[in-house]
Design a protein around this ligand. Structure first.
Ligand SMILES: Cc1cc2nc3c(=O)[nH]c(=O)nc-3n(C[C@H](O)[C@H](O)[C@H](O)COP(=O)(O)O)c2cc1C
Length: 214
């Protein structure tokens, strides 16, 4: 198999993994994966993405409790809503697709530095521009690119991953819950480990829906 076919295979065979074997990938493996994530392009090579591996049981417990609190607040808020059942089911679904992260052998919170300054920031500071509407777009795109490097490298090493944003819905001030500096904005969680499931296939749209020439 040539390297092109190998890349195609990794991209095609990557799946989101939500159930893991208890084995913990070594630090060397984790660092090799992060090294690949770090190769992602970023605006002016600012490299704003940060990976926080959550090893502390107490940080995990604080996150879990904060998520429960957020979930219960939502449940209370929808209690008398006409579409209570539908909303409750949706909340339960999101909760289910959040909670498995605490059972993953390796859990990361992924975020970006917020004090990166680009040209637009300078214009805002000098009152030339009212606000930089692209500030988060750049950071989110950069995070996505770093995540893709992470996911593919993990896949090539026989490891499974899952990106999670559902927990963010239940969390408020995630950075404080995790005891992080205030110049960090956490945008998602990320699990890593040896897969203990073969998820059912997920379809993809037809290329004609995704791609057009204009
Ligand atoms: C930005 C983003 C957020 C996601 N959030 C969650 C999540 O919170 N929980 C979860 O179980 N899966 C989450 N996923 C995984 C998607 O559900 C998954 O990628 C999609 O269903 C396609 O399946 P596949 O990755 O196995 O091909 C997320 C994926 C992305 C890219």
């Amino acid at each position: 198999m040539n390297s092109n076919e190998t890349l195609d295979r990794f991209i095609r065979e990557r799946r989101s993994i939500r159930r893991y074997k208890p084995d913990i990938p070594s630090k060397t493996m984790i660092e090799a994966i992060i090294q690949c994530a770090m190769m992602a392009p970023s605006p002016s090579n600012s490299q704003p993405v940060r990976f926080f591996r959550i090893v502390s049981a107490s940080v995990k417990s604080c996150l879990n409790q904060a998520m429960d609190k957020g979930y219960n607040n939502f449940l209370n808020a929808v209690k008398h809503h006409a579409k209570y059942k539908k909303l409750r089911n949706r909340l339960n679904y999101y909760k289910r697709f959040s909670e498995f992260m605490f059972n993953a052998p390796v859990l990361f919170a992924v975020g970006t530095l917020t004090d990166i300054t680009g040209c637009a920031d300078m214009l805002v500071k000098e009152n030339v521009l009212a606000g930089d509407i692209n500030a988060y777009t750049d950071l989110d795109i950069t995070t996505g690119l770093a995540l893709k490097g992470f996911l593919l490298k993990a896949q090539s090493m026989g490891l499974g991953t899952c990106v999670l944003t559902a927990p963010m819905m239940f969390l408020q001030d995630t950075e404080s819950v995790m005891g992080l500096e205030h110049n960090i904005r956490i945008t998602c969680f990320l699990t890593l480990g040896y897969a203990d499931e073969i998820p059912p296939p997920t379809g993809r749209k037809k290329i004609t829906e995704i791609f057009q020439e204009i």
